[in-house]
Write a protein that binds this ligand. Sequence first.
Ligand SMILES: *Cc1c(COP(=O)(O)O)cnc(C)c1O
Length: 504
Amino acid sequence: MNVDVEASSKQHGQLQQMLWEISQTEKSTVLPDASSLAHARASLPNSLDGNGIGFESTRRHVLEDIVPAFNNSSISPRYYGFVTGGVTPAALFADSIVSAYDQNVQVHLSEHSISTDVEFTALGLLADFLRLGRDWQNGTFTTGATASNILGLACGREYVLRSALGRNRETSMGSVGESGLFETMQAAGLSGLQILSTMPHSSLVKAAGILGIGRANVKDVSSNNDPLRFNLELIEIELQRSDKATIIAVSCGEVNTGYFATGGLDEMRELRRLCDTYGAWLHVDGAFGIFGRILPEDPEFNVINQGCKGIELADSLAGDGHKMLNVPYDCGFFLSRHQGEAANAFRNANAAYLTGGSSQAQLVPSPLNIGIENSRRFRALPVYASLLAYGSTGYQIMLQKQIRLARSIAEWLFEHPEYNVLPKAENKQGLLERTYIVVLFSAKDEDLNRHLAAKINETSKMFVSGTSWQGRSACRIAISNWRVQEDEDFAIVREVLASVATKA
Ligand SMILES: *Cc1c(COP(=O)(O)O)cnc(C)c1O
């Protein structure tokens, strides 16, 4: 076997240094050039070399052939496509430790490792950070908000069917996880489950498909004049149905616009009251929007403050670490006010060898009974390290810069003769107040608009994603990197967008 452990570990030290340097070097381009991509593609082997090519050759291949063909979506502050965030120095450090020590976080074994204690503590720190209160310290770290939405809807499915069974008390039926969805539904006398939402993220609809709720049973309950805001009367009519159990899902940060589905504490209180009255579950998809809760109460952020108010009244929350928290992929989190609900769905039953230690240790739950995996990476450590290092204040400063940059861009586009900012705003002040970290826009000229994203991205100075808005192509700028420099980045964005518009 071609493994020289001693040489490898020496190289490991050099590699750590190199990783650090990579992460600290700001890149001026966001996409790899075509020749790097072609070269990398041609370098991929057609079959496995059974003897191995050795570590040194592999290292050279990865660094010289493959790495130049990566994009800089996390390293450049001007990648505005998906909300990828970046990687803070503290998170990079912690993530390297996670790989080197390779802790498997599955069962809380208090005498074997501190890792599950750290995860549980990190959940508590997140609850503090998001100003949710410590009754929210139930949950786990996931692969992302998609998995967290699956967890939230699975908990909701348990809860709403249990309340429906409670109304039909001849049965001793347990949970869906135990008895099965079909059996539980029959015992409850229901024909299905439904999810009421406004502009849900595609992953929430996917979660409904995975959980046997059905993508078709995610229903729009928006008001007539705004597709993101709730029609509370319509919600109550749906909740009164005797044939369906209901989960309400709040889009706390809609992915295209960055806007919020709710507009203040009163609205969240009303949703809570409706859920309590009808035995429904209130889930929040706050993948990137929930971080609005760390902002100061200040007129500058009033609309965002209001959009994040009352989220603590919900039952469950999906959030992303690899977005605004700027920890590396993959990292999401799921938090809930209901201790033990997740175990109804995710209990890893009948595995005596996987039980935890002493009863005192049971204060820290075993992740394998809360989430999807039985074995997984120690995802909490980068979150823990980054929260400790920068605190709420550090993240507040990062987020304020991101929001101010987004607003500068929105204002410039609003005033530019060639561009529209979307959704159409009546006045500039209203537009800027609503802008969080996303700017959606299109070109007025039809021809330019069709190729707008491609033209912008061709410059490789910034990257936007192409999307569509009300049937017409549009571009989306999503700002999420801790490296944002308001003035420098704004100047580059202006230069690129102005030059693209003149060449039309
Ligand atoms: C990104 C996003 C998701 C999906 O998150 P992943 O981390 O990609 O799984 C879900 N909901 C919203 C609102 C998002 O922005």
